[in-house]
Structures are given as C-alpha cells and as structure tokens.
Design a protein around this ligand. Structure first.
Ligand SMILES: [Zn+2]
Length: 113
C-alpha cells in the first residue's frame, strides 16, 4: 500500500528529528504532498494512526497539505497550474513544459512540546 510506505517515511523523519531534542513530545506534524503523489489523505491518516499506536508518537496530529501541480512552459516561460492531464502551456500551447511542483512529499513542520 502506497500510503503505508509514506506513513513509514514520515515516522522515520519525525523520530530522527525528535531524537535531536530528547524529552520532546510530538503534537503535530505537517506534511506537504504534491497532487502527483496521489495520496489519499484519509488513507494516509489511517496508516499514520496505525503505525504510531503504542509509540511515543501516539495521539499526535497529522496534517496533510496538498500542493497543486505547477509547471513552466519552456517555450515562452509562462508558469501555470495544471488542472487536467493535458500538460500544455495555456499561452502558446507548447507541450515543452517543465513540472515545477506537485511531485514533492515532505515533512514541512513539526510541533513539539
Ligand atoms: Zn508557452
């Protein structure tokens, strides 16, 4: 399952960050997931709760922010948001576009106490 390996990744990142601050307890973790990663937020929540149960992270909150897909046209330089699966520049209709965001998956914020 795609979401389970993502949840595992998040857990590893959080645990290594917490090990640098002994005694701290995680309240909330914010994860940015690009639309192209195709995460199902409910499913990721479920996996996160499942793998943190019984660990020091149990009860922490997972917040998922979905990042839209953005691209830049290599022909005219225009940046735009991709809303369909036609990766065409809306200005000059070139197909030479470079995806700028939407593929990332990162832990952007940790709230500890
Ligand atoms: Zn263009």
């Amino acid at each position: 399952m795609h979401e389970m390996s993502i949840a595992q990744n998040i857990l590893e990142i959080v645990e290594s960050a917490l090990s640098e601050n002994p005694g701290s307890r995680l309240k909330k973790v914010v994860v940015k997931a690009g639309e192209l990663v195709a995460v199902v937020p409910e499913s990721l929540q479920f996996c996160y709760q499942a793998i943190t149960a019984g660990t020091p992270l149990e009860g922490s909150e997972l917040q998922i922010e979905v990042i839209p897909v953005r691209a830049r046209c290599e022909s005219c330089g225009r940046e735009f948001r991709i809303e369909s699966f036609f990766f065409l520049c809306p200005q000059c209709e070139s197909a030479q576009v470079k995806v700028l965001s939407g593929q990332e998956l990162q832990v952007s914020e940790l709230e500890v106490e």
